[in-house]
Write a protein that binds this ligand. Structure first.
Ligand code: PMP
Length: 392
């Protein structure tokens, strides 16, 4: 008798593998310039400084041990001080919770904040990692579009006026992934007011806020309302391998997250959390380091946007790339970016078609380009290849 294969849980039916991760497998070819990945540049990551901090951490055997579920105490203190400065109010250590990257914060929060069928409002185009988490939690998803000023808060208001009651609204407030745009200060205030009036949580997902080029990011949405849970991470400013992210949330939310974190992984790594604390407290070094990353990405972003506007002229509208890692390109000439992709790969350039991030809108005439991992001359060559593929 052949064995009966046991089934997997039904909630997996709603999950799809990330189209971007699948695509990345194809673009690892050496002859392809990839603008598809969403990776920070490993060349700019402070390997030697991390090595020194790791050696210092390992001189204390307790760093080999389990640590507290909400995070290693001294790291939470450093983060509370940084967040107090960013938010312009005292942030208590009990309001800071360290997670395995901010992605884990999304995952744990989805369990703490969402009953099955609860409504989550996301941005369209969306951060795919958030979509996956909310879908896995069995949430109902509605989307509101993003424009040059970030989330269309008027569209969210309309949804609420129609009787929808979101439990959570997710926003990537600075240098959106994938849209490249930043939520304007006026809309931050309006979004917060809606959250206060209608009693929903805002998840302000902000891994890119420190990567501004010419002027600092606006004050966080968390400054405007107590209903904001703010997520940050060292992935884009230090290195993703540390897997150190954190949330700032009311203490009762942190306590609930703690119960789930114990079930998920007991605790994070005391070793990488000490490394992160070491680097984040070395403020002169940190300022110089982040300035260098900003300067490098700023040059690359301007080169990419300049090349796209030069080669494609009025066939496209592109974001300005004032920070972060991404440029969003809309083709106004009807180019279908899914149809263009095989030709682009043949020409030696990869990008992510807009449809990979689409929730309800059709982004088949859009693409996301990532400028972090190539120098300016390579980015210009990539745009030349793209133009050849598009017969421009
Ligand atoms: N939020 C957004 C908007 C992201 O783009 C990413 C990384 N791609 C994350 C969260 C997760 O980052 P990490 O887990 O490395 O902190």
């Amino acid at each position: 008798m052949s064995p009966i294969t046991p089934p997997l849980a039904r909630r997996l039916d709603s999950l799809q593998s990330s189209a971007i991760r699948d695509l990345l497998k194809l673009t690892a070819r050496a002859d392809i310039i990839s603008l598809a990945g969403g990776l920070p540049d490993a060349e700019l990551m402070p390997r030697d400084r991390i090595a020194t901090a790791a050696a210092a951490a390992l001189s204390d055997r307790s760093r080999l041990q389990y640590t507290e579920s909400p995070g290693w105490g001294p790291l939470r203190e450093v983060l509370a001080a940084r967040e107090s400065a960013a938010l312009g109010r005292p942030v208590l250590v009990d309001e800071v919770f360290v997670t395995h990257g901010s992605q884990q914060a999304l995952s744990l929060l989805s369990e703490v904040l969402l009953d099955p069928g609860a409504l989550v409002v996301v941005e369209d185009p969306a951060y795919v990692g958030a979509l996956q988490v909310f879908r896995a939690a069995g949430a109902r998803i509605e989307a509101v579009p993003v424009d040059a000023e970030g989330m269309r808060v008027d569209a969210l208001r309309e949804l609420i006026t129609r009787g929808e009651r979101p439990a959570v609204v997710h926003t990537v407030s600075n240098f959106h992934n994938p849209g490249g745009v930043t939520l304007s200060p006026r809309r931050r205030g309006e979004l917060a007011e809606l959250a206060d009036t209608h009693g929903f949580w805002i998840i302000e997902d902000d891994p890119y806020g420190e990567l501004w080029f010419d002027q600092p990011s606006p004050v966080p949405v968390a400054n405007y309302s107590p209903n904001v849970i703010r997520l940050s991470s060292v992935s884009k400013i230090l290195a993703p391998t540390l897997r150190v992210g954190w949330m700032v949330a009311p203490a009762q939310v942190c306590r609930a997250v703690e119960l789930l974190k114990q079930g998920a992984d007991l605790c994070g790594s005391a070793l990488t959390q000490q490394i992160a604390a070491d680097l984040l407290t070395d403020t002169d070094w940190l300022t110089t380091h982040i300035d260098a990353v900003r300067a490098a990405y700023g040059i690359r972003a301007k080169a990419l946007v300049g090349a796209v506007r030069h080669r494609f002229a009025d066939r496209v509208v592109t974001t300005d790339a004032a920070g972060g890692m991404f440029v969003w390109v809309d083709f106004t000439d009807g180019t279908d970016t899914n149809a263009l992709l095989p030709g682009a790969l043949d020409a030696g350039v990869a990008y992510v078609p807009g449809s990979a991030f689409a929730v309800t809108t059709d982004y088949s005439h859009s693409m996301r380009l990532c400028f972090t991992t190539s120098h300016a001359d390579v980015l210009t060559e990539a745009v030349d290849r793209l133009a050849r593929a598009a017969r421009v």
